[in-house]
Design a protein. Structure first.
Lengths: 598, 120
C-alpha cells in the first residue's frame, strides 16, 4: 500500500458520510419546503374561514340594520347596514381571491354573492324604501321571504365555511403526514447510511490495516535478512586472513577487522572515526617517506589500485612489510561512499624471498667455484713450478723468461679474482655503470665453462652504453643468462651478445618509453617449448633436472625489475632454426658517471 | 734422481702450465712429449712407446677421465697420473688412474708421485 492509495482510502472514508449528510440535508430541505407549502395552504384556508366568518358577521349586521330600521324607522339603526356594504364587497372579493388561491371552487362564492345581491335588491332595499316611505313593513309574506333568503345566505356561507374547514383539516392532516414521513425518512436514511458508512469505513480500514500489516511483515523480513546478511558479512570479514580497513567518503575509519586490528595495533573501537592515514600509516620501503594512502589513491582515480608493497607503521611504531590494495565502494547510483583496503603481512614472505635470493647468489658462486678453482689453480700452479725452476738453477735469460711467464699468469689470477669479487662487493645506492666492462668481466668468469662446452661468444658491446644500477647484481644476472645460453648450446655453436643504446620513444605501442640499453643474448640451442616459456620465471622451475635450483631466472627477473627494466624471452623450437633470444632492457636512469671513468 | 729418459706424455690444454711442466720434467731427466687436448693426446699415446702419462682433468671436448678410460682400453699397463685443479673428483674417475693429485701442490710433489709410478 503506498501513500496515494492510503490517501484515497482516507478520502473515501471521510467523503462518504459527508455525501450522505448532504443527501439527508437535501431530503430535509425538500420535505420542509413541502411542509411550508402545506402550512401556507392551511393559512390560506384559515384566512378564508375568517373571511367567511366576517362575511357572515357583516351579513348579520346588514340584517340587524334593516330589522332595526324596520322596527324603529330610525336612520340611526340603519347604520350597521350601511357600514357593512363596503366591507362586505371587499370581503367577497377577498374570499374569492382566497379560494382561487387554493384552487378551490369559486362558484359557491358566486352563488353567495348572487344570493346576497338578490336579498339586497329584493328584500333589503325594498324594505328600506318602504320604511322611508312609511309603507307596510309588517307584511308577513315579505318577512317570510326575507327570512328564507337570509337562511339561504346563511346556508351558503355556512357551506363555504365548511368547505374551507374541510380544506383546512385536509391540509393539516397532510402536514402531519408529511412531518411523520419526514421523520421516518430521516431516521431510516440515517440508520441505513450509518450502517453503510460503518460497513464501508470498516472495509476500508481493514484494507489499510492489512496493507499496513503486510508492510510491517515485509519490513521485518527485510530487516531480518539484512541483519542476517550483515552478520554473514561480518563473520566473513572477521574470519578472513587478510586485514581489512573500511573508511567512509571523508577518509575516516569505519571498520577494522580482527586481522587489521592485530596488524595495525589499533583496536576498532579506538580507530573508529579517526583519519585513515593515522591508523594505517604507510611509508616507502627504501626511503621511509610517508606514502600516499590507498584511500587517497582510490579517491583520485575512483578505481581499484593495484597491489603494492609498502611498509606499515604500527601503533607502537614498529614496522612490518605489507602488500596492500584498495578499491572504491559505490552506492547504487555510482557515487563513491567509501574505500576498502585489504592488506597482508608479507614480512615473513619477503624474508624468505630475500633468503632465497641470497642463497641463489651463493649457489651461483658455488656453480662457479669449480671454474674459479680451475682458473686460479692453473696459473698458480704454473707460478709455483716456475719459482721451483728458478730456485733449482736457471740461466739469466731463462730466469727473465720465467719471471715474464709468472707475471702473465698472475695477471690472469688477478683478473679472475677481481671478476669474482665484482660479483659480491655491492654498492649501497645505484650508480652509473658502463655495460661493456660488466659483460666483459662476466665473460672472463665464464671463459672456462664456455671453452669446455666448446661454445664461442660473439659480442658487440658498445662503449658508452650507460645505465644506472647495482653492478654486482647485474653481473649475477648476466652470468646466469650467458651460462644458461652456454648450457643450451651444442658444441661448436655460437652465442651472440649485443648491447644497443635505446633512445626514449613516446606514444606508439611498441618500443621503450625510456632511454636505456637493450642487451640481447641469442643462442642456437634447442629452444624453449611454449608451455615451459610460461613458467621459466617461476621460482623452482628448471629444465635442468637435478642440476638446476630453478631460481636463476626468478632472481634475475627480480633484479631487473628492481632496476626498473624488463626481460623478455623469445624462443623457437623448430628443427631448422632453433634457439632462444633473451632481451634485457635497463633504463639509463639518473646517475652520472664519475669524471675520468675509463 | 735422474730418471734415465723415461718417456712421459703430458696432456693439458693450459699452454703455459704445460710448458712449465715439461721444463720441470726435462730438468729431472724425463723425455717429454705434449698434447693440448685429449684427441691429439690419444694419438700420441698410440704411436709412441709412452711409459707414463701426466694427464690434466679439465679439458674442452674430452675431459681427462674419458682420455684415461680410452688409454686403459688401449694400453692398460701404462701408468697414468691425473692432475686436476678441482678437489674431489668422483671415484669412478680416480680409480681409472694410478695416482691423482691436485695442481698447486708444487713441483717436488709431482716429481715424487711420478717417480713412484716407475718403482714397480
Amino acid at each position: 500500500m503506498n501513500l496515494n492509495q492510503l490517501n484515497r482510502i482516507l478520502l473515501q472514508t471521510l467523503l462518504l458520510p459527508v455525501v450522505f449528510l448532504l443527501l439527508v440535508a437535501g431530503l430535509l430541505v425538500w420535505q420542509v419546503r413541502d411542509a411550508e407549502r402545506t402550512v401556507e395552504r392551511i393559512q390560506v384556508a384559515n384566512q378564508n374561514i375568517a373571511t367567511a366568518n366576517l362575511i357572515n358577521a357583516l351579513m348579520v349586521d346588514e340584517e340587524t340594520g334593516v330589522r332595526g330600521y324596520q322596527n324603529t324607522s330610525n336612520e340611526i339603526f340603519l347604520q350597521p347596514y350601511e357600514f357593512a356594504i363596503g366591507p362586505l364587497q371587499d370581503a367577497f372579493a377577498k374570499l374569492r381571491a382566497g379560494v382561487t388561491a387554493e384552487q378551490g371552487d369559486t362558484r359557491p362564492i358566486d352563488d353567495l354573492v348572487a344570493a346576497h345581491q338578490l336579498w339586497v335588491t329584493t328584500i333589503a332595499e325594498p324594505m328600506i324604501d318602504k320604511v322611508r316611505n312609511g309603507g307596510n313593513t309588517r307584511d308577513p309574506g315579505t318577512n317570510l321571504r326575507g327570512k328564507a333568503e337570509l337562511d339561504n345566505l346563511r346556508a351558503l356561507s355556512g357551506a363555504i365555511i365548511d368547505t374551507e374547514k374541510q380544506q383546512n383539516a385536509l391540509a393539516v392532516q397532510r402536514w402531519q403526514t408529511q412531518v411523520t414521513h419526514t421523520l421516518y425518512a430521516v431516521i431510516g436514511v440515517s440508520l441505513v447510511s450509518g450502517l453503510l458508512i460503518g460497513a464501508f469505513a470498516r472495509n476500508r480500514l481493514h484494507a489499510v490495516t492489512s496493507a499496513f500489516q503486510g508492510t510491517l511483515l515485509a519490513l521485518r523480513d527485510e530487516t531480518q535478512s539484512t541483519y542476517e546478511s550483515e552478520q554473514r558479512l561480518l563473520a566473513t570479514l572477521t574470519s578472513i586472513g587478510d586485514g581489512v580497513v573500511v573508511c567512509n567518503s571523508e577518509g575516516c575509519v569505519v571498520l577494522l577487522n580482527p586481522v587489521a586490528e592485530q596488524l595495525t595495533g589499533w583496536s576498532q573501537k579506538d580507530a573508529l572515526n579517526r583519519a585513515v592515514h593515522e591508523v594505517y600509516a604507510l611509508v616507502d620501503e627504501t626511503s621511509h617517506e610517508p606514502l600516499e594512502n590507498s584511500y587517497e589513491l582510490v579517491k583520485q582515480t575512483n578505481r581499484p589500485t593495484g597491489t603494492r608493497n609498502t611498509v606499515l607503521i604500527r601503533r607502537d611504531n614498529t614496522e612490518i612489510q605489507i602488500e596492500s590494495s584498495g578499491a572504491p565502494i559505490h552506492d547504487r547510483f555510482g557515487a563513491l561512499i567509501g574505500v576498502v583496503i585489504v592488506f597482508r603481512d608479507v614480512t615473513e614472505q619477503r624474508r624468505t624471498q630475500a633468503a632465497l635470493m641470497a642463497s641463489e647468489k651463493l649457489a651461483v658462486a658455488g656453480r662457479l667455484a669449480a671454474t674459479i678453482a680451475h682458473e686460479i689453480h692453473n696459473p698458480l700452479d704454473a707460478v709455483v713450478n716456475l719459482l721451483y725452476l728458478m730456485k733449482s738453477g736457471s740461466t739469466p735469460e731463462e730466469t727473465q723468461q720465467f719471471i715474464q711467464m709468472a707475471s702473465t699468469e698472475l695477471d690472469r689470477v688477478t683478473q679472475i679474482s677481481r671478476a669474482m669479487l665484482g660479483m659480491y662487493r655491492e654498492s649501497r645506492t645505484p650508480v652509473a655503470l658502463e655495460l661493456k666492462p660488466i659483460l666483459d668481466s662476466v665473460l672472463v668468469l665464464l671463459e672456462r665453462q664456455l671453452a669446455n662446452a666448446q661454445v664461442t661468444v660473439k659480442s658487440i658491446l658498445l662503449d658508452k652504453a650507460i645505465i644506472t644500477g647495482y653492478p654486482a647484481e647485474l653481473r649475477q644476472v648476466f652470468t646466469n643468462l650467458i651460462a644458461n645460453a652456454a648450457e643450451a648450446s651444442a658444441p661448436g655453436s655460437t652465442i651472440e651478445i649485443v648491447a644497443r643504446i635505446i633512445a626514449a620513444s613516446h606514444g606508439r605501442g611498441r618500443g621503450y618509453p625510456r632511454a636505456g640499453v637493450a642487451i640481447i643474448i641469442n643462442d642456437h640451442g634447442s629452444g624453449i617449448t611454449p608451455e615451459d616459456l610460461d613458467r621459466i620465471f617461476q621460482p623452482f622451475f628448471t629444465t635442468k633436472g637435478e642440476h638446476g635450483t630453478g631460481l636463476g631466472l626468478w632472481v634475475s627477473q627480480g633484479i631487473i625489475q628492481k632496476h626498473g627494466g624488463t626481460i623478455t624471452v623469445e624462443s623457437r623450437t623448430t628443427p631448422t632454426d632453433p634457439g632462444t633470444t633473451i632481451t634485457v632492457f635497463l633504463p639509463r636512469g639518473d646517475a652520472e658517471l664519475p669524471p675520468h671513468s675509463a | 734422481m735422474s730418471q734415465s729418459g723415461h718417456l712421459v706424455l703430458c696432456v693439458d690444454d693450459e699452454k703455459v702450465g704445460l710448458q712449465v711442466r715439461r721444463l720441470i720434467l726435462e730438468r729431472s731427466g724425463y723425455k717429454v712429449i705434449t698434447a693440448h687436448d685429449g684427441q691429439s693426446g690419444l694419438s700420441l699415446f698410440e704411436s709412441n712407446p709412452v711409459e707414463a702419462v701426466v694427464l690434466d682433468y679439465a679439458m674442452p671436448g674430452m675431459h681427462g677421465g674419458e682420455v684415461a678410460a680410452r688409454m686403459r682400453e688401449r694400453k692398460p699397463n701404462v701408468p697414468i697420473l691425473l692432475l686436476s685443479a678441482y678437489l674431489g673428483l668422483p671415484a669412478e674417475i680416480t680409480k681409472l688412474v694410478n695416482v691423482y693429485m691436485t695442481k698447486g701442490e708444487g713441483a717436488p710433489a709431482l716429481l715424487e708421485k711420478l717417480g713412484s709410478l716407475f718403482e714397480n
